[in-house]
Design a protein around this ligand. Structure first.
Ligand code: PRP
Ligand code: URA
Length: 207
């Protein structure tokens, strides 16, 4: 498993906004969107391209197109805040959805929704979820993808805990992780420290 930490002043500044407890829901959503653009930019750095012949108003030239645009999969709810930014940079892509809710006592994910293509063989997939905490949710989501044949999965998250990275590494899933920060640890409630709190509640309010 490859892990890339995006090291950029704009990412650090947006991350600071979303960590700050004083940031309201609307400002949180805007900063998450902007940070997601930077994560997508990094995730697509080595994406496969093909040459295309085009005509400018002046002359023929060779341009570039994406050879195999990734399927985008936000993990509901919190991953919704990364969805619009990813479609903005990847308008060629399609989007699937996975709904997972972590049980607050057991910290295990419960799947409540899935809308995914049946066959993902040979298709790159970008999974969008701001938080990698215990890793249970992303292991479950990525398992749903590999069971459909996916073998190139990139996980885009804002924060990763060392415990979650270790779990995903040990899962043997074919993953690349792109994150804006590897934080210190999980607390006794399974929250990332220093973290940003509950990423779903901070965007949409507590349910
Ligand atoms: C959050 C987050 C991840 C999960 C991470 O979602 O968006 O999906 O927790 O925790 P884990 O790594 O320990 O599994 P949550 O289940 O709280 O649902 P929400 O997005 O609806 O708020
Ligand atoms: N899910 C969140 O939203 N935040 C955490 O810190 C851990 C899991």
């Amino acid at each position: 498993m490859k892990t890339i930490v995006v090291d950029h002043p704009l990412a650090a500044a947006r991350l600071t906004t979303i960590r700050d407890v004083r940031t309201d829901n609307a400002t949180f959503r805007a900063a998450l969107r902007e940070l997601s653009l930077l994560l997508i930019y990094e995730a697509t750095r080595h994406i496969e391209t093909v040459d295309v012949q085009i005509m400018t108003p002046v002359a023929k030239t060779t341009g570039t197109a994406l050879a195999n645009p990734p399927l985008l999969v936000p993990v509901l709810r919190a991953g919704l805040g990364m969805a619009e930014a990813s479609m903005a940079l990847l308008p060629e892509s399609q989007m699937g959805f996975v709904g997972l809710a972590r049980d607050e006592e057991t910290l295990l994910p419960r799947a409540y929704m899935e809308s995914l293509p049946e066959d993902l063989k040979g298709r790159p997939v970008f999974v969008l979820d701001p938080m990698l905490a215990t890793g249970g949710s992303l292991e479950h989501a990525c398992g749903m993808l590999t069971s459909r044949g996916a073998d190139q999965i990139t996980v885009l998250c804002v924060l990763a805990a060392p415990e979650g990275l270790k779990k995903l590494e040990e899962s043997g899933l074919p993953l690349t992780i792109i994150t804006a920060s590897i934080d210190e640890r999980l607390n006794e409630s399974g929250y990332i420290v220093p973290g940003l709190g509950d990423a779903g509640d901070r965007q949409f309010g507590a349910v």
